[in-house]
Design a protein around this ligand. Structure first.
Ligand SMILES: [Zn+2]
Length: 136
């Protein structure tokens, strides 16, 4: 088990609270438009695709793949070992991406297209969505 690198915790507000607490039940959620079915991230009051305002959180599979990534070797933030910062594209929608860390993964395996599944690290009220290898 590798410890998660230091993260500044998000400030929760009425718009984003569902996202940062979604992992309490192990599920990843994004806002989805009730009019055109577009997933919207980061959370916003209005759908960027159709300007609809009927947005509500919906569970997604939690699976996706590495869209791009960088490996941090600097110990500037006190993290003990190199870690991966990845842009993860979620399976449900092209362009639905999260910038996050990869956890419990062999850095040598990381590359664009690597299959991932979500995992969460709880810090107080917040469940940080992170990703690890999907070996199914
Ligand atoms: Zn829409």
């Amino acid at each position: 088990m590798s410890a998660a690198p230091f993260r500044v915790l998000p400030h929760l507000d009425d718009e984003n609270r569902f996202f940062w607490t979604s992992g309490a039940d192990g599920q990843l959620r994004f806002l989805r438009c009730g009019d055109c079915s577009e997933y919207v991230h980061p959370p916003a009051p209005e759908c960027p695709a159709c300007a609809g305002r009927r947005l509500s959180p919906e569970v997604v599979s939690g699976r996706g793949e590495v869209f791009s990534y960088t490996i941090n070797h600097q110990q500037w933030d006190g993290s003990p070992e190199p870690y991966v910062i990845a842009l993860v594209e979620i399976d449900e929608q092209i362009g639905l991406r999260l910038t996050t860390n990869l956890a419990d993964i062999d850095i040598d395996r990381v590359g664009v297209g690597l299959r991932l599944k979500v995992c969460f690290e709880q810090q107080g009220d917040v469940f940080l969505p992170m990703f690890t290898g999907d070996d199914r």
